[in-house]
Design a protein around this ligand. Structure first.
Ligand SMILES: *Cc1c(COP(=O)(O)O)cnc(C)c1O
Length: 349
């Protein structure tokens, strides 16, 4: 069976972790600093702070930006529960917004209608597709959630440079991984310094509540080493996507065709006309030895978790019923990719 997702760890990755193990300093230290510096270099300035995971990065950004308990935070309905967790952790109120059918990202028109009073918005670049950050402004504080888009570029800039802050995750299934880990980057250094202050809980002169949200050097060494391969990772992922795209049988669509040459595809998501065809495709692929996954099930949609009226979220509802994600990772051999493409091409919708 060709696995849907595999974490790719190179010999070079192992060597970088081994160096940390041998150094005797495995907690937060020089490798975490190096990871932060990598982000400052990537964006050509600003500041970055590494934390325990992407959810914490999001929570601490909201907190550092001065969120209070009556503030509303707009989040896309077609997204993972980590977004709700971060908003609830901050004490504020989530305002769930439907997404665009092309990019699966927060729909600016739905945003105006469903969260007109939101002081914050989390713009998720879903599966590597860029959310329309400019259309959400002016007004709210925009946090770009780049957890599925790291290494992508937009109009000559790395994705994440348009909003007020950007958050990243290094969880095992992401494009770059440390096992766990997260980063906040912002051009506004004061936001980042406030997060750093919260993270440095130990040995302070005066006590205020802070928390241990640190990333370890073991995780950071892995992530730093993979960050150096971002261009190779993007080229390989795009090559896989274009092979699948050319094998796509008529009757099936795809999540945003990779027309922007700088986009980093995180998933290759096929769109079927309805649930019956989607489920048939999944069975057909499994019979051919290819493990495909429903990226977000209906029960996982954020408006469903909050018991909001599903009729207000028609696009998200449809995507949960009609989409299927194909294997797309760096451990696929050319033969694997060809096998997936042949299986896909052999499906009669
Ligand atoms: C993975 C992910 C998160 C959460 O990151 P963790 O490191 O798992 O906490 C948040 N937003 C998006 C879009 C993600 O894909």
């Amino acid at each position: 069976m060709i696995a849907h997702n595999v974490t790719t760890i190179t010999a070079d990755d192992r060597a970088s972790v081994d160096l940390v193990l041998r150094s005797g300093w495995i907690a937060q230290g020089p490798e975490v600093e190096r990871l932060e510096q990598t982000f400052v270099e990537l964006y050509g300035g600003g500041a970055a702070c590494a934390v325990a995971n992407g959810t914490t990065a999001l929570f601490l950004t909201l907190k550092a930006a001065g969120i209070s308990s009556h503030d509303r935070v707009a989040v896309p309905s077609y997204a993972c529960s980590a977004l709700l967790n971060a908003v609830h952790m901050s004490g504020a109120v989530p305002a769930v917004v439907d997404v665009s059918a092309e990019t699966f990202t927060i729909d600016p028109q739905a945003f105006s209608a469903q969260a007109p009073d939101a002081r914050f918005v989390v713009a998720v670049h879903t599966f590597g597709s860029a959310a329309d950050v400019d259309a959400l402004r002016p007004g709210p504080y925009v946090i770009e959630d780049c957890c599925q888009a790291i290494g992508g570029r937009l109009d000559g800039q790395p994705i994440g440079a348009r909003g007020d802050a950007a958050v990243f995750s290094f969880y095992a299934t992401k494009i770059v991984t440390g096992g766990q880990g997260g980063v906040v980057w912002s051009a506004d250094r004061s936001i980042v310094e406030s997060i750093r202050d919260y993270r440095e809980f130990d040995g302070r002169d005066e006590y205020i509540p802070r928390f241990n949200v640190q990333m370890t050097d073991l995780q950071a060494a892995l992530a730093v080493n993979q960050m150096r391969r971002l261009d190779c990772i993007r080229i390989r992922r795009r090559a896989i996507a274009s092979i699948y795209l050319s094998a796509l049988p008529s009757g099936l669509g795809v999540h945003e065709a990779p027309s922007n040459p700088d986009r980093m595809p995180h998933r290759f998501v096929v769109i079927a006309p309805d649930r019956v065809v989607r489920d048939a495709l999944r069975k057909h692929m499994a019979a051919a030895g290819v493990d495909c996954r429903v990226p977000i099930e209906r029960f996982e949609l954020l408006h469903r978790y909050l018991n909001l009226d599903p009729e207000a979220y028609p696009v998200s509802e449809r995507l949960a019923e009609t989409t299927l994600s194909l294997p797309m990772h760096l451990s696929l051999s050319d033969d694997d990719v060809a096998r997936v493409a042949v299986a896909l091409g052999g499906f009669a919708a």
